[in-house]
Design a protein around this ligand. Sequence first.
Ligand SMILES: Nc1ncnc2c1ncn2[C@@H]1O[C@H](COP(=O)(O)OP(=O)(O)O)[C@@H](O)[C@H]1O
Ligand SMILES: Nc1ccn([C@H]2C[C@H](O)[C@@H](COP(=O)(O)OP(=O)(O)O)O2)c(=O)n1
Length: 231
Amino acid sequence: MVAVDGPSGSGKSSVCRAAADRLRTAYLDTGAMYRAATWSCLQAGVDLTDGAAVAAHVRSVPLVMGTDPHAATTAVGDVDVTEAVRSAEVTAAVSAVASVPAVRADLVLRQRALIDAACAVPAPGRRPGVVVEGRDITTVVAPQAPVRVLLTAREDVRLARRARQDLGSADSGAVAAVRDAVVQRDLVDSRTTDFLVAADGVVTLDSSDLDFEGTVVALLGIVEHVAAVPQ
Ligand SMILES: Nc1ncnc2c1ncn2[C@@H]1O[C@H](COP(=O)(O)OP(=O)(O)O)[C@@H](O)[C@H]1O
Ligand SMILES: Nc1ccn([C@H]2C[C@H](O)[C@@H](COP(=O)(O)OP(=O)(O)O)O2)c(=O)n1
């Protein structure tokens, strides 16, 4: 199993999905789970300032995660929310939901169950194992993972990537438009989870000066190195 944490725009989702594809394992986007929980709270009109109400609602949400790296879907029951959970509305609300301790306890258990399933019963054509990415995978969800990586990049680089991804441009106006949302969300999230400093035994991979392919290769290199060293 490969555990990857890091801030917004460091490349977790895209790099981990590609790495899982090349390793022929499953892929799990835990951020999408917090986003889907948030989407459902918004749909149900839950008061996001009421932690107990949020946790009670999230407990009832039937999250269905597609862990095939080619079809990393997110559903709530029968409703495919893969696209909907990326909306600006969900992005603006997700930190409030993710900061509720009972929500985290609930989703961490679900994440561990998905990890256990991917390691025990791989999908046809896949190897046992999973590349999991988020904010607390290396520290809370799977601190025992054989490969643990903190994927980072300088703030200016992350903002430019987010601007290009969200707005199709990384000029100064586009970067300014995403700055507040990204910096503010990372700040709030970092009060709940520690994804800015590598915990003991966690390898830091700085993608600032690497292109996408270079980052995937570097992550796979870390995986190979760990596989070559007896644990
Ligand atoms: N090393 C890299 N170099 C250039 N662009 C990258 C790199 N890693 C990721 N990207 C791009 O940056 C954007 C944000 O990456 P994403 O995987 O969504 O980050 P995160 O999941 O950490 O928020 C995507 O458009 C992705 O293709
Ligand atoms: N393991 C995790 C994963 C995500 N979160 C929270 C923090 C983030 O603001 C949201 C959304 O995560 P996501 O990885 O989709 O965020 P990005 O926009 O890709 O940076 O969920 C978390 O608290 N713990």
